[in-house]
Design a protein around this ligand. Sequence first.
Ligand code: GDP
Ligand code: MG
Length: 200
Amino acid sequence: MAGGEKVDYVFKVVLIGDSAVGKSQILARFARNEFSIDSKATIGVEFQTRTLLIDHKSVKAQIWDTAGQERQAPPHPIPPFSSLAARPPQFAPDSYRAVTSAYYRGALGALLVYDITKRQSFDHIPRWLEELRGHADKNIVIMLVGNKSDLEDERAVSTEDAKEFAEKENLFFLETSALQATNVENAFQTVLSEIFKIHS
Ligand code: GDP
Ligand code: MG
């Protein structure tokens, strides 16, 4: 879209999940239609935008990609409904909490990403979900994303297991390949259209 045109809505969407599952490449594919094999770990929190039309309205998607304080999962599960003050001090370092709340603040959507070839990245999903639900908007739209679907030979997480988890937790679910550009557009479109339904 050309500069200077009006934007009707800005929706913040966050990418979360273990390091190396492909979050930055999913974002590069969506925002710039690019992919790089030797992507560097993301340094610092950053976001990219892409403006699209939904129902004849111009929607600017602001997609946040995690700082690669390359962590494999939130340090500890965060109990739902507990206030920050009520948490024991050893629960998580202050720096982690500060960065975490800034990251989630105002997010209306999330892509919760695992790698279909790395079982551990799927096993950590409940912890990411808990952290997300503890920090984000209560109406946040969440898409569970099994990335690297091009690596079928190395698959370690069945589509059925993921689908079942997504249904249980009320999440949308898709398998994507940032490499082959499979379902990346679909994943963002679904989340953004759903946010649009809720907030327009
Ligand atoms: P992040 O740490 O979650 O941001 O992960 P990156 O986006 O940096 O990707 C980690 C590695 O996985 C990189 O070597 C990417 O090239 C690779 N990768 C990302 N997406 C895909 C994909 O869809 N298929 C394949 N085969 N590799 C991918
Ligand atoms: Mg990254």
